[in-house]
Design a protein around this ligand. Structure first.
Ligand SMILES: Nc1nc2c(ncn2[C@@H]2O[C@H](COP(=O)(O)OP(=O)(O)OP(=O)(O)O)[C@@H](O)[C@H]2O)c(=O)[nH]1
Ligand SMILES: [Mg+2]
Length: 336
């Protein structure tokens, strides 16, 4: 106690260097170390991030899945080789890859879906996709209401859905509008213009503008949704993104040699379209937007808005979901 008193006396005797700082009156508490504590925790547990690709058949969805894994996203992780020709996708399939950077582990899962819109009757063709998304919410909800719930529930919910628009240069198809109208309420949709190497620069600019106008006219709210901008800074950052959307992408899983560097690209008679070169297409802009600037926000909107809506509806409909005991199935904790 005497030691303690002495310390306090000494402390009070020391002149306070900066009166404008409230905490200076009492000395440094260390509130800001929370950041370091959170960083350590995240490094230990890692995190899940799930992207889904959706759109009509043949627009390059499976190719873009490979592009994502072969691009700088995962270059530093174990080598990813899948060089055979990409077949037509016939069922929903997910590919996961643990990527580690600066000691932080991310389990990136990309969910590939079969193209739709090539049937005679395309009515409700988005149903299998909407079913898959809801199934992941249901899985999470069941884990949450479990009496003996896990410390960390594996997150398989779709954090962002890349919707592929055909590079027609005309307008959106009715099917695109219907899909986005239905799904934008349950998942974060990011529209992309597929195979943008088929458009000239002017066509691309014009088409992007047209798509933005059409989406607005149809009342479709893609990610980042205006209503969830938290402050003016958020709004001005997101406005820039909303003005740049939809990102015009090019996909490829073939590597070429350029200036002593291996690059992902598409070889044409008039040169190589470099997938990760921002002067050639917007793939790297899209990737940086999803991973470098908005990853946490995509996860938060999924959890706080989309999942919460599902959860409230489900609990209401059911008159309160009964606790479910551990089924033994799918109960493995995330092993990140
Ligand atoms: N020009 C061009 N062709 C592409 C691009 N991406 C993919 N392709 C080609 O388009 C064809 C179809 O690609 P996939 O990736 O199988 O298309 P998908 O959307 O997965 O098709 P489904 O599985 O039937 O839904 C392949 O021949 C690809 O090489 C691109 O960005 N530009
Ligand atoms: Mg496919």
């Amino acid at each position: 106690i005497a030691e303690c008193r002495k310390n306090i006396k000494n402390h009070l005797a020391t002149p306070i260097p900066n009166f404008s700082r409230g905490s200076a009156l009492f000395g440094y508490i260390g509130i800001d170390t929370i950041i370091e504590q959170m960083r350590k925790k995240t490094m230990k547990t890692g995190f899940d991030f799930n992207i889904m690709v959706v759109g009509q058949s043949g627009l390059g969805k499976s190719t873009l899945v490979n592009t994502l894994f072969k691009s700088q996203v995962s270059r530093r992780s174990t080598s990813w080789s899948r060089d055979e020709k990409i077949p037509k996708t016939v069922e929903i399939k997910s590919v996961s890859h643990v990527i580690e950077e600066g000691g932080v582990k991310m389990k990136l899962t990309v969910i590939d879906t079969p193209g739709f819109g090539d049937q005679i009757n395309n009515e409700n063709c988005w149903e299998p996709i909407s079913k898959y998304i809801n199934e992941q919410y249901e899985k999470f909800l069941k884990e949450e209401v479990n009496i003996a719930r896990k410390k960390r529930i594996p997150d398989t919910r779709v954090h962002c859905c890349l919707y592929f628009i055909s590079p027609t240069g005309h307008s959106l198809r009715q099917l695109d509008i219907e899909f986005m109208k239905h799904l934008s309420r349950v998942v974060n949709i990011i529209p992309v213009i597929a195979k943008s190497d088929t458009l000239t620069l002017d066509e691309k600019t014009e088409f992007k503008q047209k798509v933005r106008k059409e989406l607005e006219a149809c009342g479709i709210e893609c990610y980042p949704q205006k209503e969830f901008d938290e402050d003016m800074e958020d709004k001005s950052d997101n406005d820039k993104i909303r003005e740049a959307m939809p990102f015009a992408v090019v996909g490829s899983d073939k590597e070429y040699q350029a200036n002593a560097k291996r690059i992902l690209g598409r070889k044409t008679p008039w040169g190589v379209v470099e997938v990760e070169n921002p002067n050639h297409c917007e793939f790297s802009l899209l990737r940086d937007f999803m991973i470098r600037s908005h990853l946490q926000d995509l996860k938060e909107v999924t959890h706080n808005i989309h999942y919460e809506t599902y959860r409230a509806k489900r609990l209401n409909d059911n008159g309160g979901l009964h606790p479910i005991s551990s089924s033994g199935q799918d109960t493995q904790e995330s092993n990140l």
